[in-house]
Design a binder for this molecule. Structure first.
Ligand code: PEP
Ligand code: MG
Length: 568
């Protein structure tokens, strides 16, 4: 019964946690069986009452979060408020109680399932998460109706839920050491919140209740994607050492947060964050981020059945800009198409979606959408230091056209007498070989570059970045990619423009010395990479000749080995 057992899962947030397993939510089905159902008018009344309680609890939590300046988390919970007050939900539940004779909790669970059902069928993982939000709202009301309260926690606790409500993660105390979320995806709100709190998290185990009982002592290894139940003394000892190492690392990262990223010979590089959601910035200071080098706004679009309005976009951008305080915040205009499809925008089937109608190409055709977004960014810019960045530019005419549209948005705001940030920097991503080769000409006409190595690598090497069959060919250390990068930095600097990088390469410590030696101004990466890259920057000395020598190597493997050998 108490035997050691190792269960494989997917590591969503790295880190090790030790504690007692606690299953969230008892089986609602069982509770439903013992529910004392009344006649339909009373059931309906109960439903409205429970919905009111759920809404009031949500409002209180939103308020508390706002007071604590946790705007992003508050916004997530506000979505819950919208679901709870949806008149469609009210009428569906009422119909089920009155016409089908269901109890209030059964009716609300069924109604939310029906509302979520078609969304769950969609391929897009982000949209499926929104369906879970609807289901969670239903569960919240049903639990109130069924009088369910969580059982006592044995602490430190490792919580398990088939899904975990984001509001629960927001309210977690220090006593929760880890999370296991059965069916969450990497882009789920729950995982994002866990990541920003630094709570080790696993996803992808759905049948845990059948495998081990509640309160089992466990070790959760978020880096390796493992759950170890009933660990024996040897396992505990080996994990104890890892946990101590983890604590030392965290202390070191906290210390590093306030240390400027400067090489031994004094070259200073800015280390910024790539984000997709405003709430990711809530714990950003502990990584010592110096700004947002890439805000991927498309996540705002992916989560909606219709395009977000100017006001909705304005609020989201404002939240991010305010959070950055006076750090620069680079907002990338929507980068949809390719692998990011929107249900509200019909993109005809394409043979090569990555070479197709995507990013700036959509913005220049759907100028209505682009104008709305630009107006929202310009308005939000009043609240801090923002910049606009254009994705996937391959020709000068695209840049010029986009800038004309930006000027039009400026005029329209002037005419409407709406305040906006004047003289906002407008930069572009270098993601296509065409833009890299012509960097000198582009640099004359924009304020900055950010090198998107994820796409630049796939287009330069003609290797689909998402195809596992050819992943061995995909490397940003390929000398052809490196030559383009050096050329872009040189061309930008020769025209007095700054240049950053926001592809995955920016977060690779093995690339730090090379990029600093070529004089890159900013490296932007996911938050947890910042301390690692900073360590590499602090430990190195720039050397232009050493850096240039990599360009004469014949392939990516050799280049990578060369860089690693002299960096370590
Ligand atoms: C890139 O292409 O390097 C980039 C940062 O953009 P994305 O990964 O969003 O395509
Ligand atoms: Mg890209």
């Amino acid at each position: 019964m108490n035997e050691l057992k190792t269960i494989r899962a997917v590591g969503a947030v790295a880190g090790i946690a030790r504690g007692y397993l606690h299953f969230l939510r008892r089986d609602l089905q069982k509770e439903l069986e013992s529910y004392r159902q009344q006649d339909p008018p009373l059931e309906l009344q109960r439903f409205y009452y429970a919905r009111g309680v759920a809404a009031a609890r949500t409002d209180r939590l939103v308020e508390k979060l706002r007071e604590g300046h946790q705007e992003g988390q508050a916004a997530i919970l506000e979505t819950r408020g919208l679901i709870l007050s949806d008149p469609g939900l009210g009428s569906l539940v009422s119909e089920k109680i009155q016409a089908s004779g269901l109890s209030a909790p059964a009716a609300v669970l069924q109604s939310c399932e029906e509302m979520a059902g078609p969304i769950l069928e969609l391929e897009d993982a982000y949209l499926r998460e929104r369906a879970l939000d609807i289901q969670n709202a239903g569960i919240q009301i049903a639990e109130i109706l069924l009088g369910i309260q969580e059982t006592e926690l044995k602490t430190p606790a490792i919580l398990f839920g088939e899904e975990i409500d984001p509001s629960l993660i927001i309210g977690l105390s220090q006593e929760t050491a880890g999370l296991i979320i059965g069916s969450a995806s990497m882009t789920s709100h729950a995982v994002i919140l866990a990541r920003s709190r630094g709570t080790p998290t696993l996803v992808g185990i759905t049948d845990l209740r059948e495998q081990i009982p509640d309160n089992t002592p466990v070790i959760l290894d978020g880096g390796e994607g493992l759950l170890i139940a009933n660990p024996d003394e040897r396992t505990i000892q080996s994990y104890q050492a890892k946990m101590e190492e983890q604590q030392r690392e965290e202390q070191e990262y906290r210390r590093l947060a306030s240390v400027p990223a400067r090489t031994k010979d004094g070259f200073r590089v800015t280390l910024a964050a790539n984000i997709g959601y405003p709430e990711e910035l809530e714990q950003a200071q502990r990584y010592g981020y110096e700004g947002v080098g890439l805000y991927r706004t498309e996540f705002l679009f992916l989560g909606k059945g219709s395009f977000p309005t100017e006001e909705e976009q304005f609020q989201a951008y404002r939240r991010v800009i305010e959070r950055c305080e006076n750090r620069r915040c680079i907002i990338r205009t929507m980068d949809i198409g390719g692998d990011k499809q929107l249900p509200c925008l019909e993109i005809p089937p394409e043979r090569n979606p990555f070479l197709g109608w995507r990013a700036i190409r959509i913005s220049l055709k759907r100028t209505d959408l682009f104008q709305t977004q630009i107006r929202a960014i310009l308005r939000a810019g009043v609240y801090g230091k923002a910049a606009i960045m254009l994705p996937m530019i391959s020709g000068l005419e695209e840049l010029r056209q986009a800038k004309r549209l930006i000027s039009q948005a400026v005029h329209s705001l002037e005419q409407d007498d709406i305040p906006f940030a004047e003289d906002m920097e407008v930069g572009m991503m270098i993601e296509t070989p065409a833009a890299a080769v012509l960097a000198g000409q582009f640099a004359e006409e924009c304020d900055f570059f950010s090198i998107g190595t994820n796409d630049l690598t796939q287009y330069t090497l003609a290797v689909d970045r998402g195809n596992p069959l050819i992943s061995q060919l995909y490397s940003y250390f390929h000398p052809a990619v490196l030559r383009l990068i050096r050329h872009v930095v040189e061309q930008a600097h020769s025209r007095g423009k700054w240049v950053g990088m926001c592809g995955e390469m920016a977060g690779d410590p093995a690339a730090a010395r090379l990029l600093c030696s070529w004089g890159i101004d900013e490296l932007s990466m996911s938050l947890p990479r910042i301390p690692l890259v900073k360590q590499a920057v602090l430990a190195c000395e720039t050397d232009r000749r050493w850096a240039d020598a990599v360009l004469s190597l014949s392939d990516a493997k050799q280049a990578e080995a060369y860089l690693k050998a002299q960096t370590e």
